[in-house]
Design a binder for this molecule. Structure first.
Ligand code: SAH
Length: 233
């Protein structure tokens, strides 16, 4: 499987639009069904509007178009995946973004989550360890007109010190512990949404808030399954 390099869109047929609407309905239903875990019965109207706006088909290979609006992860090449839309919605909602926020994402992948964030925050900085994925995501996001996203190929364990501090940090690969550098780069009162746990097993999604003393208040939200956050070299 190769990486889709440019933003290619499937025809915008009534069928595509119906599939997209069905997906939004499924996300809303799953939000309600998981509310006892997450504490969120509904995701916010701006989060749902962002998910309605971003065309997920633009972020997957044409071979995956028939499944682009299914509520599950899909392969994007390089052994990596585009996250499940419900998980993208949940993690975005847990960030409690406002339009002035500066957000750091670790694990760009295809750039879908970054596009959703771009509609809700002032500026998005996203780091991807696989250079080919970072390059493809940068090109795709530019072609789609997301001018407030900056993409960098590099190691997410280091964050993005030149652009810090951030109001919110989202990690879309699973480390075994919270990367200290990411906490350092978060503002006091800032939110960190991150899956933590063993490789290739179930992890726990946390919503964390940085206290004034620099420590993290961590709240467990949901069992999840992410690809590992690797430690390059
Ligand atoms: N955010 C994506 C999902 C990405 S899957 C979406 O919108 O669908 C997780 C991504 O994290 C993969 O592309 C993987 O290559 C990347 N990754 C793994 N370890 C990393 C690290 N140390 N630094 C940055 N990215 C990493």
């Amino acid at each position: 499987m190769t990486t889709a390099d440019a933003a290619e869109l499937m025809p915008d047929t009534p069928e595509r639009q119906r599939a997209h609407q069905r997906l939004l309905d499924e996300i809303a239903a799953e939000a309600a069904a998981t509310a006892s875990w997450t504490g969120r019965q509904h995701f916010s109207a701006p989060v749902m509007a962002a998910l309605a706006k971003v065309r997920r088909d633009a972020f997957v290979l044409p071979a995956e178009w028939p499944f682009a609006y299914e509520n599950r992860p899909l392969g994007i090449g390089h052994g990596q995946t585009i996250s499940q839309p419900y998980i993208v919605a949940l993690m975005t909602d847990l960030l409690d973004l406002t339009v002035d926020d500066r957000v750091l994402e670790i694990g760009t992948g295809c750039g879908y989550q970054a596009a959703v964030l771009a509609l809700l925050a002032a500026r998005v900085y996203t780091v991807e360890v696989v250079p080919e994925l970072a390059a493809a995501a940068r090109l795709r996001l530019a072609q789609l007109g997301y001018e407030n996203v900056e993409t960098r190929a590099g190691d997410g364990w280091r964050g993005w010190p030149e652009a810090a501090p951030f109001d919110a940090v989202i990690v879309t690969a699973a480390p075994t512990e919270v990367p200290a550098e990411l906490v350092k780069q978060l503002k006091p009162g800032g939110r960190l949404v991150i899956p933590i746990g063993p490789r290739y097993d179930t992890q726990t999604l946390y919503r964390c808030v940085k206290r004034a003393d620099g420590t993290l208040a961590m709240e467990e939200k949901l069992p999840v399954a992410f690809v590992p956050m690797i430690r390059p070299n």
